[in-house]
Design a protein around this ligand. Structure first.
Ligand SMILES: NC(=O)c1ccc[n+]([C@@H]2O[C@H](COP(=O)([O-])OP(=O)(O)OC[C@H]3O[C@@H](n4cnc5c(N)ncnc54)[C@H](OP(=O)(O)O)[C@@H]3O)[C@@H](O)[C@H]2O)c1
Length: 280
């Protein structure tokens, strides 16, 4: 199955599948079983974070899985409280030790925390860790264009990707366009809007019926056709399989516009605007 998931090439040459597994809340023994089931189902991209306290769970699933390490693409993220150069370096090592890995495929700064104003030195630590072979590709999450412009201006290095909140109620059209113009891949977090009422939307149900698919599949196909990588989280084997079974149909332009048209100015799930929201 995994060979049928299309891939996207980042600006630094790393290739990633267009769908990965979100792991927020997947922890411990049950978490290991869920991640193993996802790998068996065909997932090869796994999204973790220091703050999810599950890098160990991800590492254990990798250790038990029969998939070779080089087939897997593992992501983790630097938390706000360790956004100084020295703390970021130590945290990258700690993230690797927790997962028992030699390298992360992708390592991201979790939030810009603009008031804290230390993301430039944290970015320098990621740049140096990449040079040292600990990370293959470096990127950010929740960065606005002005934050990314500063990274490039002050270090000369642009992120390969930006992981942002993106779902039909918050379609991020202008941020996505800016990414495209700057050769930065968009990765969608909460791609199913955390299974909120969007999964009961009538218009989406009609599109789903026409294609004999579920609303979740229609939404994940929409992400794919937008050119974004999505990382839906599911603990269940059935829903994991459902979520990657989206490559045997396509949405017409009218469907794409209708789904994008569901966006709302206040569509964020928890009102986490990166211009002001900070996470540590
Ligand atoms: N960078 C950041 O700041 C940031 C922020 C938030 C999230 N993330 C990452 O993005 C990942 C995904 O986001 P998320 O976990 O917030 O939300 P999500 O993937 O949009 O939704 C997850 C929820 O949807 C349910 N679900 C999954 N597939 C389904 C299906 N086919 N039908 C019905 N329900 C389904 C899951 O339940 P079951 O598990 O029971 O299936 C779970 O409750 C996270 O896990 C995390 O890795 C990053």
């Amino acid at each position: 199955m995994w060979k049928t998931i299309p891939e996207i090439t980042l600006s630094d040459g790393l290739t990633l599948p267009v769908i990965g597994l979100g792991t927020y809340t997947l922890k411990g023994k049950e978490g290991v079983n869920s991640i193993l089931s996802a790998i068996d189902t065909g997932y090869r991209l796994i999204d973790s974070a220091y703050n999810y306290e599950n890098e160990g769970t991800v590492g254990e699933a990798i250790r038990r899985s029969s998939a070779p390490r080089e087939e897997l693409k593992i992501t983790s993220k630097l938390p706000g409280r360790y956004q100084t150069y020295d703390k970021a370096v130590t945290t990258i090592h700690e993230s690797l030790y927790r997962a028992n890995l030699d390298y992360y495929d992708v390592y991201l700064i979790h939030w810009p925390n603009p008031n804290q104003n230390t993301y430039i030195e944290a970015w320098q630590a990621l740049i140096d860790a990449k040079k040292g072979g600990l990370i293959r590709s470096i990127g950010v999450c929740n960065f606005l264009p002005e934050h990314i412009e500063r990274l490039e201006k002050e270090t000369g290095v642009k992120p390969s990707m930006n992981q942002i909140e993106l779902h039909p109620y918050f379609n991020q059209a202008s941020q996505r366009k800016w990414h495209e113009e700057n050769n930065i891949v968009t990765e969608s977090w909460s791609p199913l809007a955390r299974a909120n009422e969007v999964l009961q939307n009538d218009a989406l149900q009609q599109i789903a019926n026409r294609h004999n698919k579920s609303i979740s599949q229609v939404i994940l196909r929409w992400h794919y056709q937008l050119g974004a990588i999505s990382i839906p989280k599911s603990a269940s084997f059935e829903r994991q399989l459902e979520n990657i079974s989206i490559f045997d149909f396509s949405l017409e332009e009218t469907d794409m516009s209708l789904i994008s048209g569901l966006t709302r100015p206040e569509g964020r799930i928890n009102n986490q605007d990166p211009a002001t929201y900070e996470e540590f």
